[in-house]
Design a protein around this ligand. Sequence first.
Ligand SMILES: [Zn+2]
Length: 453
Amino acid sequence: VAKWKKGELVEPIKPLIYYIDPATPPNWVPYLIAGVNDWQKAFEKAGFKNAIMAKEWPKNDSTMSLEDARFSVIRYFASNIENAYGPNVHDPRTGEILESHIGWYHNVMKLVHDWYMIQTAAVDPRARKMKFDTELMGQLIRFVSSHEIGHTLGLLHNMGSSSRTPVEKLRDKAWVEANGHTASIMDYARFNYVAQPEDNISEKGLFPRIGEYDEWAIQWGYGYIPGETEEQQKINSDKLITKTLAENPRKWFGTYELGNSVDPRTQSEDLSDNVMKANDYGIKNLKRIIVNLPEWTKEEGENYDNLNEIYGQLVGQYNRYVNHVIRNVGGIYETFKTTSQPGDVFEFVPKATQKEAFAFINNHVFTTPTWLLDKNILNKIQNPTSIERVQGIQVNTLNGLLDPSRLNRMIVSANRYGATNVYLFNDLMDDTKNAIWSEASQNKPVDAYRRAL
Ligand SMILES: [Zn+2]
């Protein structure tokens, strides 16, 4: 502690060592190791050196077993499951992490391939094929490795981190390459889908990284907080948190996983402080990608399964964009606070933001998104007798918007915050009616999709 207080880097007696499962395909081992070692910088900022590292599993050492609870291991599973996980076993008295067996399933590579393609292919030419080159896939594996290691270090998902990045900064090459599109690798913020081709943003500005929030969380969790007693430490911890957030709001933490699922800032797969603008950019990119999909998914000797699958991913991404926006209508912010901090914990989403959300939905969903009904694709993958996915999304969006719990929340919010301040239940009904029946007042024909609304 004395050395740490003087600002000298302290070397832990027992560093955190993660071994790589020897069954791992050899070309991915260096990237998994890099994903672990990337945390060293965060520990150095917290005052520790050589605190965390990954090593290859020693060959021919009969005294070591992958199942041994004394070793932490990144296990590789030759499986078609598209996921990975990072648990830990810790001592409940001290919080010391005793061991961890991380799992990564082979097909998590398919998951990151599809995300990266759909979110960045408009700006990154390397994403325009079904099989990425080793370097790109390796970097994607490295990001998954860092995220899962973050869990084993005790970090939760910080879904709200991305909401602290102003939307236009995501298009600012110098800024986003220096700071990252989200301040936390523990966010489900995936890739910078807002970047437009003319912004010329490189991989640094498209990929997630261990960011300012993660470094701060390690400092808080692993660093020394002064105080003779537990009570004093708690008070000092609160002061440290308040001061840190006041100095840098990007270190904010928010998640729906702790309860409030109606805060539009703490969503997964979204970006920036304004999802209406961010997802407008996202849709611009999807429009650039969709016309190229037949070419980019083509593999010699294959049928249209690739096209079908990636088109499904693209429609899924569009659907995600829409759902992010809906959350703003009747949304309630929840900002974790202690009694020493000013302001309310629960606040309503400003009326103008809610109206902006409705306009987005009218613009991109209720107005039939004909760009998604690309005949060059549909005629290759889908029999016209089956229900079109686009129509399903339109109907679900309308139902979601008029969900009883949302309507109820809007009525209660009007009582609590004042009818002139919030977007009212009646406002939503009027706006919906005008949007759905817009042709009636203008004597225009109604297309087959809108007739289903
Ligand atoms: Zn996770």
